[in-house]
Design a protein around this ligand. Structure first.
Ligand SMILES: Cc1cc2nc3c(=O)[nH]c(=O)nc-3n(C[C@H](O)[C@H](O)[C@H](O)COP(=O)(O)O)c2cc1C
Length: 183
């Protein structure tokens, strides 16, 4: 099973990074490709609409997005693990998602396998209304373009006080979601 991971944290050893290690440990048979957006150089979508003509590629050639495209096209599952910054994805991850306009503009997506999608979001603050809503909406909209189906959206709040890995209620939900991915 090919699994693509998008890790949106700016911290190499933060809660998101720890959760990614945890998930990998629970899926020993999976083949992972992990993209840590803090390390990547991804240009902003320039809204040129050239991907409408090019059908499957983007005019912005010299960045790492082309590796991401191929990985999203090939994977059986996609896992997004990210903190919220001002109740949304950190900007490097949002930049990557904006470049998925290439998929939006595809007329034929039949070469892209169906894939299960798991979204895990981290918030430092105590839970508040709409803490994780924006990322859910962004992910739902994007995954339609890559033949994805959301199996779980797990928001883990309050990490400034309780580390994500110690949130037993949320970790139980994560374990369940990982089993769904493997089914
Ligand atoms: C720029 C910035 C904005 C943030 N905005 C929010 C926010 O809107 N809501 C929230 O709950 N936490 C917010 N946080 C806290 C982070 O979500 C929290 O520290 C989280 O644990 C970071 O995850 P990480 O350890 O995986 O990097 C923000 C942190 C930063 C640096």
């Amino acid at each position: 099973m090919k699994v693509t991971i998008l890790m949106g944290s700016q911290r190499p050893k933060g809660h998101s990074a720890q959760l990614v290690q945890y998930i990998k440990g629970k899926m020993p048979d999976a083949e992972f490709t992990e993209f840590q957006t803090r390390k990547m150089s991804i240009k902003h979508c320039i809204a040129c609409d050239k991907c409408l003509e090019l059908q499957g590629s983007c005019v912005l050639k010299d960045d790492e997005m082309h590796t991401v495209y191929r990985s999203l096209e090939a994977c059986d599952a996609l896992i997004i693990v990210s903190p919220v910054y001002f109740s949304a994805f950190p900007s490097p991850l949002k930049t990557l998602i904006d470049r998925c306009q290439m998929f939006y503009n595809l007329k034929d997506r039949s070469h892209i396998p169906d894939k299960k999608v798991l979204l895990v979001e981290i918030g430092g603050a105590r839970h508040y209304k709409n803490q994780f809503v924006a990322n859910y909406c962004i992910t739902e909209w994007m995954l339609e373009d890559i033949n994805g189906k959301l199996v779980a959206d797990i928001g883990i709040p309050n990490t400034d006080r309780i580390p994500a890995l110690e949130n037993t209620e949320k970790m139980a939900l994560l374990d369940e979601a990982i089993e769904k991915l493997k089914e």
